[in-house]
Design a protein around this ligand. Structure first.
Ligand code: SAH
Length: 348
């Protein structure tokens, strides 16, 4: 057996486990703490960076562990300032992450899985098929890389994180929440939980689990249709997680967390651009306090779906706003480099 194959990824160890390992190796526990701080607070990519640890300690770590840091192999910059990263993982698989700058914010859009199992008909990532879940450190590293790019290219701090890249975060819940806990910890990136949004296709039982866990990050649900027949025809998940079940899960979410939800919704020509659909959305929005982001459709090239007319969008806007639902039209960012919602597909 090759030596490397038995080395563990050091960042899979909890602090307590690392301390125990250090003690077993005849080291002081506080040395483990120092190594841990290098790994998380300073995002060290090699043991040699850990200059406050002796050469012997670093050697000992090298003999037992590896640091499976992600590599940003390719970076593309859009005319609107959006940056898309192709991120290579230790096993050679690739995911994408995006930096989205606006006047007030810099948002990191990160992936949670390699590919996706959900098969939403309008999404490019769906065509990739799910290969595996990302580990907490692979998620964390995407945020670190974008935080560094924000400082380097924009001279501004990273302000927000959205789990709207590849994959379904609630089907990799343990790793996503573990990553968020590291991102928000003072011994990590120290970011505010309220600046983090997890977007889901709407896995009802996981929304209830999040409610039970009392999570503090924001919840967004990709709704796209509030009529079962239509939603099932474009999002197969709806066949097993109907709008009724989703509604019940959201009611439970609100009862437990008192946090509102954001619905992501694309209006397509001939699919959901009628008053009947807008009224169904309004009704769904009344289940719990919510707001709506009407997202511009980013064509993924088979021509089956087309962005609805401005009149249809305005019809939605008027109806929702008149009934007290905050509604925003979200223009795509980074479209020219295939970095917009639903376009992440490891092209090229
Ligand atoms: N699986 C999660 C996370 C992905 S987020 C979820 O479904 O929420 C990506 C967002 O972009 C989702 O709201 C998704 O529905 C939306 N989206 C997918 N394909 C799109 C496309 N071609 N144009 C615009 N939005 C799209």
């Amino acid at each position: 057996m090759e030596e490397t194959s038995i080395k563990r990824d050091i960042r899979r160890l909890k602090l307590e486990e690392l301390k125990a390992f250090f003690v077993q190796q005849g080291e002081k526990p506080f040395r483990a703490q120092q190594a841990y701080d290098w790994l998380w607070i300073k995002s060290a990519k090699s043991f040699d960076q850990m200059t406050n640890l002796s050469l012997e300690t670093r050697e000992m770590m090298k003999n037992h562990f590896v640091i499976n840091h992600i590599k940003v192999d390719k970076m593309q910059r859009s005319a609107d300032g959006t940056i898309k990263n192709a991120v290579t993982l230790h096993d050679g698989l690739v995911v994408e992450s995006v930096l989205i700058p606006t006047e007030k914010r810099i948002t990191a859009c990160v992936s949670s899985q390699v590919g996706c199992s959900l098969a939403c008909k309008f999404c490019a990532t769906a065509k990739l098929k799910r290969q595996r879940n990302l580990s907490p450190d692979e998620i964390y590293d995407q945020v670190v890389a974008i935080k560094e790019q924000a400082e380097l290219f924009y001279g501004r701090p990273l302000t927000n994180i959205v789990f709207m890249g590849m994959g379904e975060p609630l089907l990799n819940y343990a790793n996503v929440t573990e990553a968020i806990s590291k991102i928000t910890n003072q011994k990590g990136l120290g970011m505010a939980t309220k600046r983090i949004t997890v977007s889901t296709v709407g896995v009802a039982k996981m929304i209830m689990k999040m409610a039970d866990d009392g999570v503090k990050f924001n919840l967004a649900v990709s709704l796209h249709a509030a009529i079962n027949k239509t939603r099932s025809s474009i999002m197969p998940i709806n066949e097993t997680n109907s709008l009724e079940e989703l509604g019940q899960a959201l009611a439970y979410w609100y009862q437990k967390t008192k946090s509102k939800v954001t619905y992501e919704y694309v209006v397509w020509k001939g699919i959901n651009d009628t008053l009947e659909h807008a009224e169904a959305l309004l009704k769904f929005c009344k289940i719990i306090p919510s707001k709506v982001n009407l997202i511009e459709y980013n064509p993924i090239d088979d021509g089956e779906f087309q962005q609805a007319s401005d009149e249809s969008l305005n019809m939605y806007m008027d109806l929702l706003e008149r009934n007290g639902i905050t509604t925003r039209i979200r223009k795509s960012r980074g479209k020219d480099i295939d970095a917009a919602c639903g376009q992440l597909a490891n092209k090229g």
